[in-house]
Write a protein that binds this ligand. Structure first.
Ligand code: AVI
Length: 308
């Protein structure tokens, strides 16, 4: 099997407990479902972070200083970077990094149209690995990384540390602006990942639908249930797909058995305290700066100084 999704899915189904990386949610259909999640009434992170950025745009822009470059890890959230660009003093360059070239060039050309004077340079790369970025523009200000959405929460703690270490290297002398969802009332978290319209359930089940589309797998979607719950000791939402009965599934010609109630663990979404995010950043070499939150303390946006 030369396909990473096929390899990782078969490996996940062959081990116990069964778990697969959440990165496989994001094919075309999954990305559209995620966009719908962001607009759900129960899913507070997106609108809360947007509100924090809007209310504090001038202050954040002052920290960035004139002629700054923004390096965005992932090219999803154009709505968010626009808030920064609109407040900044003559932004010099925007470097969105994404593993999907198609998604990236769409995002980059949309932004270029609206900001004709801005130098937009997409970088196709896996930002969870080592990163090589173009040299700073002559006369440019500081290089500021932007990692919104609490995507850091979808990494394992080791991956999160590694990501921050890579970011600290490529942002040397600059800073990182990062969004982190906060630990809160489990009922609020539960509602955000168990929405009444069933969009999060469809997003979770799309992993199996994708396997059917791409890997000639034969998952019967009706035989799996979406499950999302807050694991309080580990401060994370866990998403699973639960087999509703004993069944056999086939992926790429290989057969796997599910017992009734057995799960495939599809995602962790870690929640942070302000201190836990700052301590992690310190371990990666950053020096914590200001933190902006909302009046209900649902979400946080951190300014982290990169090492020199
Ligand atoms: C992308 N990421 C930060 C989302 C989250 O909340 O962990 C993905 C998501 N999963 C279910 N709903 C949203």
């Amino acid at each position: 099997m030369d396909n990473a999704f096929a390899q990782d899915l078969c490996a996940a189904l062959s081990t116990r407990p069964r778990a697969i990386s959440p990165k496989y949610f994001y094919d075309e259909a999954g990305s559209l479902l995620f966009d719908r999640i962001c607009d759900l009434p129960e899913y507070y992170p997106t609108r809360t972070e947007l509100g924090i950025l809007e209310r504090n745009a001038q202050d954040i822009a002052a920290h960035m200083g004139p002629r700054a470059e923004i390096v965005e890890f992932g090219a999803g959230a154009l709505r968010k970077v626009r808030i920064l660009l609109d407040a900044m003093d003559r932004p010099a360059r925007y470097l969105p990094i994404d593993i999907s070239g198609e998604h990236l060039s769409r995002a980059a050309s949309a932004l270029q149209q609206d900001y004709p004077g801005l130098d937009v340079q997409p970088v196709v790369a896996d930002y969870t690995q080592r990163l090589l970025l173009p040299a700073p523009l002559p006369g440019a200000g500081q290089r500021v990384g932007f990692f919104p959405g609490s995507t850091i929460g979808n990494f394992t703690p080791d991956e999160a540390l590694h990501f921050l270490q890579v970011a600290a290297q490529v942002l040397r002398g600059g800073a990182l602006l990062i969004g982190a969802d906060l630990v809160k009332d489990p009922a609020v978290l539960h509602a955000a990942y168990n929405d009444s319209q069933g969009v999060t359930a469809a997003f979770n089940l799309n992993l199996l639908a994708r396997a059917n589309r791409e890997l000639s797998a034969r998952f019967v979607l009706e035989q799996f249930a979406h499950s999302a719950f807050y694991n309080a000791p580990r401060q994370r939402i866990e998403m699973h797909l639960v087999s509703k009965r004993r069944q056999m599934v086939s992926v790429g010609g290989q057969c796997f058995e599910f017992e009734e109630g057995e799960t495939l663990h599809t995602e962790n979404s870690h929640k942070f305290t302000i201190d836990s995010l700052r301590s992690l950043a310190v371990r990666a070499g950053f020096r914590p700066g200001p933190v902006w939150t909302d009046p209900d303390n649902l979400f946080s946006v951190h300014w982290l100084h990169a090492p020199l």
